[in-house]
Design a protein around this ligand. Structure first.
Ligand code: GLT
Ligand code: MN
Length: 402
């Protein structure tokens, strides 16, 4: 085993989580066979326990709890018990639980957005079961990744109705959580495409728009977990803006992290892996360091297919922790650097540079906005945003010269 930097790992491990599917992944792709041996869900849980990772996230289909496959209630409950024992023995908690609404042929034309009410009901039932199971595991979130809800042929599903159906499903899940007295919250995970040609819940902004369609009392029960770099970078979008929008809207649930070459298929490389954009990855950690230092960093990716050895999974876990610890340390040091602080100074203000407060005296505020002789040309002449200087500081810092 390569010796990993424990001080970097220690910096993030307490707030880390891994999807169990990362570890179960055997490295097959649409063109090639598996390269890694299969391991059981219990083995994956034990591995994270051994490495002292505090959280894991579970997919119903990966852990033998798919209610469409395991229909006997007693057998289902017995399986929950087996997993609870494995989690307890490993000292690992469930961070997020998620129903697979995208694998079975029944949902091939959509789950909750299907034109067929029976399919919609089947999907809703699976979501409700996931909420029950999540409660038993003490999970904080149930993620709705509606990967099969999208289109190739747009004549099939009215897109207005599609978004109404999604909002209805989320709203019903919230009502069920309230009725049952559960603590779990719902998280929407956007992705622009793959496996569908176009997926309805495509971007962070789209997910926020869906939350905005919910009754006001249900909106605080729903967050968003962006997958960065992968899902936003697949559409060429800016990961830092994605986090910023979610923090500003107070809807950031947690992060899914991994590596990605922009505008490609969903690569799910390890964090910083392959041709991932280092600066975008730095900016993700900058947002975390500055705004959500306690944010759970959940790695949703898998080892490269080149890695087939016995240590591949362990090294994958340690590598992600080391890489994110390294970037978080870089971001934290950047924010604390005197030169950076001097340039940024009071850059984060929100007011308009006048004393009048619009919340207490709106008329006085408007009067003050209109009062002085602001001149656009004069302002333009003296404006010095220092973007180029800051970019240089970022580059010097990232490459170890600052
Ligand atoms: C699937 C997807 C991920 C989601 C998982 C949880 S399912 O593995 O690729 O991005 O986070 O729903
Ligand atoms: Mn994900």
């Amino acid at each position: 085993m390569i010796p990993y930097r424990t001080e970097l790992i220690d910096a993030v491990i307490g707030q880390s989580s891994f999807g169990i599917w990362d570890l179960l992944n055997k490295g097959s792709d649409p063109f090639g066979a598996p390269v890694r041996d299969a391991i059981s869900a219990e083995d994956a849980i034990a591995l994270l326990g051994k490495l002292k990772v505090p959280h894991i996230s579970l997919h119903d289909i990966d852990v033998g709890l798919d209610p469409w496959l395991l229909t006997d209630p007693a057998a289902f409950q017995a399986r929950v018990g087996v997993l609870q024992d494995a989690l307890k023995a490993a000292g690992v908690g469930v961070w997020m639980y998620t129903p697979c609404e995208f694998h079975h042929p029944a949902v091939r034309a959509g789950s909750v957005t299907s034109n067929n009410a029976d399919v919609r009901r089947l999907a809703l039932r699976k979501l409700l079961t996931a909420l029950d199971v999540a409660d038993q595991f003490g999970a904080s979130w149930v993620t709705m990744w509606l990967g099969r809800d999208g289109s190739e042929v747009d004549a099939l599903i009215d897109s207005t109705v599609a978004y109404e159906r999604i909002a209805d499903a989320v709203s019903l899940a919230c009502k069920y959580i309230k009725q049952q007295g559960y603590k779990v919250k719902i998280s929407l995970e956007p992705k622009p495409n793959e496996p569908r040609g176009d997926i309805y819940v495509s971007t962070v902004g789209t997910a926020l728009g869906i939350i905005g369609m919910l009754p006001a009392d249900e909106q605080p029960m729903v967050g968003v977990n962006p997958e960065l770099l992968q899902h936003e970078a697949m559409a060429g979008l800016n990961a830092y803006h994605a986090i910023g929008q979610l923090v500003a809207a107070d809807r950031l649930a947690f992060l899914h992290l991994g590596g990605q070459t922009p505008l490609r298929y969903d690569m799910d490389h390890p964090f910083l892996g392959g041709n991932s954009d280092l600066k975008q990855s730095f900016y993700i950690m900058l947002a975390v360091a500055k705004h959500r230092p306690d944010c759970v960093l959940e790695f949703d990716c898998h080892p490269f297919r080149t890695e087939a050895g016995p240590d591949a999974r362990e090294e994958f876990v340690l590598g992600n922790l080391e890489a994110s610890g390294m970037m978080l340390a870089k971001a934290t040091a950047f924010l604390a650097h005197p030169e950076v602080q001097q340039v940024l100074g009071s850059c984060d203000g929100r007011d308009f540079g006048i004393a009048a407060d619009p919340a207490t005296d709106f008329a006085a505020f408007i009067q003050a906005v209109r009062a002085d002789a602001l001149d656009a040309d004069a302002l333009a002449a003296k404006l010095n945003p220092q973007a180029q200087y800051l970019d240089r500081l970022v580059n010097l810092h990232l490459l170890g010269y600052l």
